[in-house]
Write a protein that binds this ligand. Structure first.
Ligand SMILES: NC(=O)c1ccc[n+]([C@@H]2O[C@H](COP(=O)([O-])OP(=O)(O)OC[C@H]3O[C@@H](n4cnc5c(N)ncnc54)[C@H](OP(=O)(O)O)[C@@H]3O)[C@@H](O)[C@H]2O)c1
Length: 335
């Protein structure tokens, strides 16, 4: 079969599509014939060896895929050949066939295409962890989302809106703002490039958006660096800042005096560990947003479809900050 097997870590365009042996389906796994692959920022980190976990090379990279089950391993009762599924694996998704552990495989509801499901699975699962499990967003909460036109950001805006929250999104340009408006945000703040200006202007603009001085209840931060500082300052009394990622490449430090001053909480929202430590909650979350997707209440925002041999260019485009919405790669008969 064709796959991106990494011989060594390196920039996206250093990796090539090639022939590898098909994976064997083990006990507790299903074999999926892949139709669509979703690309994510963490994939771009992984292929460079910059992700927090570094599998031994050679290995096939890739985390999100959707397709059809073609075989099941011993002990599998929840799936059968022919089932239409989406999977979020740790590695192996950049391939025509994937052997996926059943804990990480989900049936696709009628009406949810392989492309939308593959484009949505990591970003909506991450947003669910951040918005619903960690911040426990509820109706009426004021929620700030940074990197709001990115994959996780746009999913977080939509989930928060569906939970009845009042959302302000931060993006880098007017060109990216439209997607966030469509996602249901009340207001958009275009981020200042200068870090000091960003901190001051964001606090003021967020307060203007809500029309009073109370600030936000929750900030979901996918960007880090100066944006993290700005989001922290835009929170009101007892606000919660949820750390999702560092798309800026800058891991910030929270000043403890600031947390004390305004009674704030900073918390992490790691997705993968929820499959080990809180499987039922994350699987319930996946069912929740797949249902919203099937009812058209949230959108996967797939903006670009690439052929399999262009996959690494897609990862480079993510790193170059050229992407609004999600890139999906089509494979096999779907291509
Ligand atoms: N916690 C978890 O388990 C988990 C899971 C998935 C992803 N993540 C992390 O979450 C972050 C966002 O992931 P994603 O898939 O949403 O990425 P994405 O689709 O590429 O979106 C990232 C957004 O960050 C903004 N950004 C601001 N400064 C940037 C910079 N210097 N370089 C690149 N982007 C910048 C960009 O928006 P503007 O250009 O509008 O500013 C972009 O839309 C990443 O750090 C990723 O590793 C964490």
């Amino acid at each position: 079969m064709l796959a991106y097997e990494l011989a060594a870590y390196g920039p996206p365009l250093s990796h090539q599509l090639g022939e590898v042996a098909e994976p064997q389906v083990a006990a507790g796994q299903v074999l999926i014939a892949v139709e669509a692959i979703g690309l994510n920022f963490p994939d771009a980190l992984m292929v460079q060896g910059k992700y927090q976990k570094r599998p031994q090379t050679p290995f096939v990279a890739g985390r999100d895929c959707a397709g059809t089950v073609t075989a099941i391993g011993a002990g599998v009762t929840a799936f059968k050949p022919g089932d239409k599924v989406v999977a979020q694996v740790f590695s192996g998704a950049f391939a025509e066939k994937v052997a996926a552990p059943v804990d990480r495989v989900f049936l696709r509801p009628d009406g949810v295409s392989a492309r939308d499901a593959a484009g949505a699975v990591t970003v909506f699962n991450t947003a669910f962890v951040a918005v619903a499990i960690r911040a426990e967003v509820k109706a009426g909460d004021r929620v700030i989302v940074t990197g709001a036109a990115g994959g996780v950001g746009a999913a977080a805006v939509q989930l928060a809106v569906n939970l009845g929250a009042d959302v302000v999104g931060i993006v880098s340009s007017e060109a990216k703002a439209e997607l966030v408006r469509r996602a249901g945000a009340r207001a958009i703040v275009i981020a200042e490039r200068d870090p000091d200006l960003l901190k001051q202007a964001f606090k003021t603009q967020v307060r203007q958006a809500w029309g009073d001085d109370r600030g936000g209840n929750v900030a979901i931060d996918t960007v880090g660096g100066a944006t993290f500082d700005a989001a922290l300052r835009a929170l009101g009394f007892a606000g919660k800042l949820v750390v999702v990622g560092f798309a800026s490449g800058d891991i910030p430090a929270a000043k403890a005096n600031y947390l004390l001053y305004n009674n704030l909480t900073v918390m992490g929202a790691p997705l993968d560990i929820h499959f080990d430590e809180a499987l039922e909650r994350i699987r319930a979350g996946t069912s929740y947003w797949l249902d919203l997707l099937s009812q058209d209440k949230v959108q996967a925002n797939v903006s670009t479809i690439l052929p399999f041999d262009q996959l690494m260019q897609g990862l480079q485009d993510i790193l170059d900050r050229k992407v609004t919405g999600k890139i999906v790669v089509t494979v096999g008969a779907a291509a």
